[in-house]
Write a protein that binds this ligand. Sequence first.
Ligand code: GKR
Ligand code: MG
Length: 433
Amino acid sequence: MRIKDLRVHSIAIADPPLRSSYGLHAPYALRNIVELESEDGIVGIAETYGGEGPALALRRLRRRVLGADAFRITGDLLDLAEGQGGGAERSHTMSTPGENPLDAGPRTYAALETACLDLIGRSVGVPVCDLLGGRLRAAVPFSAYAFYKHAGGGGEGADAREDKYGECLTPGSIVGQVRSMVAEYGFRDIKLKGGVLDPQEEIEAIRQLREHFGPDVPLRIDPNSAWTVETSVRVGESLRGELDGDGYLEDPAAGIDGMAAVRRKLLERGIGTPLASNVAVTSFAHLPESVRQDAVQVVLCDHHFWGGMRQVQHLGRLCQTFGMALSMHSNTHLGVSLMAMAHVAAATKNLAYACDTHYPWQTADEVIEGGRIAFEQGAIRIPDKGGLGVDLDYDQLARLKERYETIPYRRRDDEGEMRKHIDPFWRRVLPRW
Ligand code: GKR
Ligand code: MG
């Protein structure tokens, strides 16, 4: 099946002012939508990181992709999935997710692989998860993803929106935010993005979440490396009752060495809370050292930057071999990514946790036919259709492309947004506490 055309559409979607240790989300998040069209007119789609860099990297492959066989091109391009320097230097500690040039190759490859799998799946009438070896689950559970945030639902000027959560910068408002998300989507697990307020405040937020939702709802907190080893251990000690069981402590301190030190000190105190990571461990090259030091017990996969869906399956198998668990990371995304995440999660063994998703944070914009995808009791059911199971709504795509053309944003810069809107002197300092 020859590929006749590769189209890349840069879009902008309204995004609320969410906070993390990286800074502040801009009023618009950027995404790129990829279309691969075969000679017989079937179109495979994918969604990936936004802005100019990722779009250009995909367009640069045009010559290699046009005329190639959709069943073989991902084999021919496999070297891209490795990334520059084999991945050892690549991390998300200092660079905002999606903005590290060292993982540009795996990110580009992942977008093409997803579009190829969608194209192939549509052409033979088989869902992507079954092309990947067969689904292990028919529905994929996701977790509620709570964020500290300022008021508003994103957008700017005449396009500025309100959201139902308002400002959430206290433990009580975080509980309110999660209550509302759980009621609307049916999530059964909760993750709090931390690294924003004094750790004592964030400890209190987790305690109040536990108090409100009870011990059967697993909790996680992720400060994206904002804490020293000592602070991480203090938080781990304070929250041992809340995070133990099916929860985890995600990227408390920076780097494999930092995570390993936290782990050692927690174990010395008899605290077995697993440490998870999508910051210290972001490539296969990080696994040997991480395993050697027992730095991370849960690896967060994400086909968007791990080099695609098949690499995520390899990762799942490797984690199982070395006694680690697998969870799934997310960044701001729309429905094409959500479905891709659900398909790869459905076909990946050893995925023991509900996956992260930012999907509830984008309520107004969507590029797929039928609008927003519905969660069933916190899970996404794999549709009985070929490929990813969703089609593009070309009117919505045109609207979001037009918006991209009218706004100045061309890459994610959470630190710059912090300085623009919250504190003109803000810098990302690690560790902060
Ligand atoms: O959306 O601000 C955000 C998150 O901080 C995201 O960029 C992270 O990559 O959610 C992610 C994480 O688990 O670290
Ligand atoms: Mg994380």
